[in-house]
Design a protein around this ligand. Structure first.
Ligand code: FAD
Length: 554
């Protein structure tokens, strides 16, 4: 029996394999017969759907997004209430130059706050008004660190230059710690680098090289985070919500609580193609048989797979990759197709890919007032503040308030994270991974020497920790072939999108990479006459290169 859903989002059953997917009931007639099935409801799929509509001429009701959760957005999340506490697993930074695909996407999505403007225009206006200029990037011993020098030695500088010119092939699966001297990891440069991008010494040196080149224009303003652009609210409210609203308005079909469990392939004269997509919806196993011209986009792997929340009084649990279908689907198709990458390279070392973030909802203004005075930055203008002597290597960000559309006056929200969750705190004698939300706040506030205010600040605070076992899985050392091509050679109707497909030169752990994968997938599977937005290469601009070198000499 073949089950399809009818276009209203409901699952309907069909009795014959001849009866194929029927499109949306009552929706506008499709411009062409093609249907696109998108696995995952993160920004990679949402962007793919937008480009399928804008550039490939598909009607919304020909596009079907399968998401195993009951919410879209994937890693671009943001939820909660003042009473239950707000949660963002992450706070995202953008830049103008490096985010050409994202900027393109957001330039045709109407803002929800001001429908006369696009999301891009809304973001630009916000960043004109609230400019990033950190006055307190690093803190040690409860005091601001002078970051006017990167503290690089000549050997470190030479290593960085060498990294920029050495080929990815010759670097292979080396780790960052294989390339630099131990003293490099104690410099201001490393503390800022590691915590801005969440790099660990054991991560891929190839990815580190890509980041150096991709963000070379940021080096002179690295200590102040001066080039960082932000969204007015958290990225769910400012990006996912307007984008999803626009897609729904176009008729895109969102199949929630639907986990794609398998893809069956058939070999034809033109190559290998997906012939059947299997999924479970509310516990019922269902399948879709593709017809000529249909395409499947798969978000393979996810940095927030198996993430779990704790509370003010309980730590989060460490889940395994068996939670959810993200790794399982990739494993199942890669097992029989050697050109679909090696998921185990990314998913099999949780100790090296996990860390913990936390979101605190505060009903008392004391912490924000103390922090604004200490840092010299009004909330929203500073960005990451990193405690370099924290055993957990903890950083916090006080975003512009309100950070949530439904956040009332008198409530403040901030976010933070620790790169070493298995270390014991300097003040709280527990591993960060064993800490409740309250423990984490105590550790943070004692580092900042705010001890005297602890009781009043804790009384109405609600800090929700979040464990993410695979948060830096995309940074694990890899070689060519470990990630599938966006459009694997020899396949007819399949594309891989998201953070674990191969895109030359671009950097993972970014929204940009997922949007670029979406553009690449759409433009390679359909004749659109469009080119993928050019990848900004600051290293080819002599002025940028010289400015970066000059800063590294300080
Ligand atoms: P995901 O968001 O992981 O989405 C995948 C979706 O697919 C998920 O919803 C999952 O449930 C679903 N799914 C998976 N498998 C299946 C299946 N078999 N069936 C059905 N559904 C499935 N980016 C920046 O640009 N700048 C930053 O500063 C930044 N900081 C970050 C900080 C943190 C803490 C986090 C978590 C992310 C950060 N990012 C940042 C990264 C950015 O958020 C991600 O790169 C991007 O959101 C990934 O989107 P995606 O669609 O590729 O994948």
């Amino acid at each position: 029996m073949v089950c399809v859903y009818s276009g209203s989002g409901e699952v309907a059953r069909m009795d014959s394999r001849e009866q194929r997917f029927s499109g949306g009931s009552g929706a506008a007639p499709a411009a062409r017969a093609t249907h696109a099935y998108l696995v995952g409801g993160g920004i990679a799929s949402l962007a793919s759907a937008a480009y399928l509509i804008r550039d490939a001429g598909l009607a919304g009701n020909q596009i079907h997004i399968f998401e195993e959760l009951d919410v879209v957005g994937g890693s671009l999340d943001g939820e909660g209430t003042p009473q239950s506490g707000f949660v963002i697993r992450g706070g995202r930074m953008f830049t103008d130059e490096a985010y050409t695909c994202t900027n393109d996407l957001l330039s045709f999505i109407p803002s929800l706050q001001d429908p006369g403007r696009t999301v891009r225009q809304e973001m630009q206006a916000f960043n004109e008004r609230i400019r990033s200029h950190s006055r307190s990037r690093l803190v040690r011993g409860g005091k601001k660190v002078d970051v006017s020098t990167f503290e690089l030695s000549n050997a470190d500088r030479l290593d960085l230059l060498q990294l920029m010119i050495q080929s990815e092939e010759s670097l292979g699966a080396k780790r960052i710690e294989d390339f630099f001297q131990p003293s490099f990891f104690k410099t201001n440069f490393w503390y800022m680098w590691a915590t801005t991008f969440a790099f660990q010494p054991w991560h891929s040196v190839v990815e580190c090289k890509r980041y150096v080149l991709r963000f070379i224009q940021e080096v002179p303003r690295f200590a102040t985070l001066g080039g960082v652009k932000r969204t007015p609210f958290n990225q769910y409210d400012s990006i996912v919500l307007p984008l999803t609203t626009w897609l729904k308005h176009q008729g895109v079909q969102f199949q929630m609580n639907s986990q794609v469990t398998a893809l069956d392939f058939q070999h034809g004269p033109h190559g290998k193609g997906v012939e059947r997509l299997r999924y479970t919806h509310n516990g019922t196993e269902t399948e879709i048989v593709l017809k000529e011209g249909d395409v499947v986009f798969v978000t393979n792997g996810s940095m927030t797979a198996a993430s779990s929340l704790g509370s003010m009084t309980s730590p989060p649990r460490l889940e395994t990759k068996a939670t959810g279908g993200s790794w399982a689907l990739w494993e199942s198709i890669a097992e029989r197709n050697s050109d679909f990458g090696k998921p185990a390279v990314f998913s099999s070392n949780v100790d090296e890919s996990k860390w913990l973030s936390f979101t605190a909802t505060l009903h008392d203004p004391t912490f924000f007032a103390l922090m604004e005075e200490f840092t010299g930055n009004v909330a929203g203008t500073g960005g990451l503040v990193t405690l370099t002597d924290s055993n957990w290597l903890m950083s916090v960000v006080l975003p512009h308030q309100p950070h949530f559309i439904n956040q009332p006056d008198g409530v403040n929200v901030f976010w933070g994270y620790g790169l070493f969750p298995d270390e014991r705190g300097n003040f709280v004698d527990k591993k960060m991974s064993e800490c409740t939300g309250a423990d984490i706040l105590v550790e943070l506030w004692r580092h900042l020497r705010f001890d005297a205010h602890l009781p009043v600040m804790l009384e109405t605070a609600n800090c929700i920790p979040c464990m993410m076992p695979f948060i830096t899985s995309q940074f694990m050392p890899r070689t060519l072939g470990d990630r599938p091509q966006v459009r694997p050679t020899g396949t007819t109707n399949l594309a891989f999108i998201g953070q674990f497909c191969e895109i030359p030169d671009d950097v993972v752990f970014t929204v940009e990479y997922s949007v670029r994968s979406a553009q690449t997938a759409v433009y390679s599977l359909f004749t659109t006459g469009k080119d993928v937005s050019p990848l900004y290469k600051g290293q080819h601009d002599l002025g940028i290169l010289l400015n970066a070198m000059k800063t590294m000499l300080h």
